[in-house]
Design a protein around this ligand. Structure first.
Ligand code: BTN
Length: 252
């Protein structure tokens, strides 16, 4: 099925996440708000999201789980949202001839460089998610980046091509909509679980990680992710450890 998505472009806003939240009742399930320029784009771990205006995709998609939206989603299933979004971006980049992997939980990497980041913000009632705002920052035409960004890349930097942001957003939004239907629609998601694991950046080989508030260096091998989204790492002795997002960072 072709998922035509309702996309609203705005010239400038602080953050598309906040723009959607401020006008939540105006938007249907899977509507998209995209900004040419964000003046206060937000990233994970309280970081800012840097993206030069007019050169990249910075947008948020609203997911509704009540009314005309998806079936109710228990908060314990919230990692499905991340899974669906990451799989969709990898699929989209594949259509553009760019092979990418998922750096757990939700960065998209091409080799050792980040091309896309996501921020998933859920609204809960009791233990149920009522809505989710999925914010995506995809580096598209920008070729030079501020020095504070550790390892950025973009579609243009990788392919040498220049992309029309409006048409690319239409294609990407369709990938997202069909992935959300697949993972949040109530059907069997075991194949998607396997796809997510098979696309994990650094899966199956030993690398260094920084763990805990002290940043202790450990060596480990990613072997998978738990259903609720914890990273499973194995040490050289074959012992398994699980980490939440804030407990571990990659040394790249
Ligand atoms: C990260 O990797 O740190 C997450 C970046 C998420 C950035 C996107 S851009 C669109 C949306 N609006 C925001 O303020 N943030 C997200």
């Amino acid at each position: 099925m072709l998922d035509k998505v309702d996309i609203r472009w705005i010239e400038e806003t602080d953050s598309t996440q906040d723009e959607v939240r401020r006008h939540l009742s105006d938007y249907d399930n899977m509507s998209v708000v995209a900004a040419r320029l964000q003046t206060a784009g937000r990233g994970q771990r309280g970081n800012k999201w840097h993206a030069r205006g007019g050169e990249n995709l910075t947008f948020s998609m609203l997911l509704r789980f009540v009314g005309n939206g998806f079936p109710p989603l228990d908060v314990s299933g919230n990692f499905r949202i991340t899974k669906a979004a990451t799989l969709a971006v990898v699929e989209y980049l594949g259509k553009k001839g760019i092979g990418s992997l998922i750096k757990w939980p939700n960065d998209i990497y091409v080799r050792n460089k980040k091309i896309c980041g996501m921020l998933v913000e859920n609204t809960l009632e009791g233990g149920t998610i009522t809505s989710s705002i999925v914010g995506i920052g995809l580096n598209v035409n920008q070729k030079d980046f501020p020095p504070q960004l550790v390892n950025p890349t973009s579609m243009a930097a990788l392919t040498g091509e220049s992309y029309d942001l409006h048409s690319e957003l239409e294609i990407l939004s369709r990938c997202l909509a069909s992935s959300f239907r697949r993972l949040l629609g109530g059907g069997d998601i075991s194949a998607a679980d396997q796809e997510y694991e098979s696309l994990l950046y650094r899966k199956g080989s030993f690398h260094e990680y920084s763990v805990g508030q002290e940043g202790t260096r450990v060596e480990g091998k990613i072997i998978g992710v738990t259903p609720d989204g914890l990273l499973i790492l194995e040490n050289r002795k074959g012992e398994l450890y699980q980490f939440a997002f804030k407990e571990i960072s990659y040394i790249i």
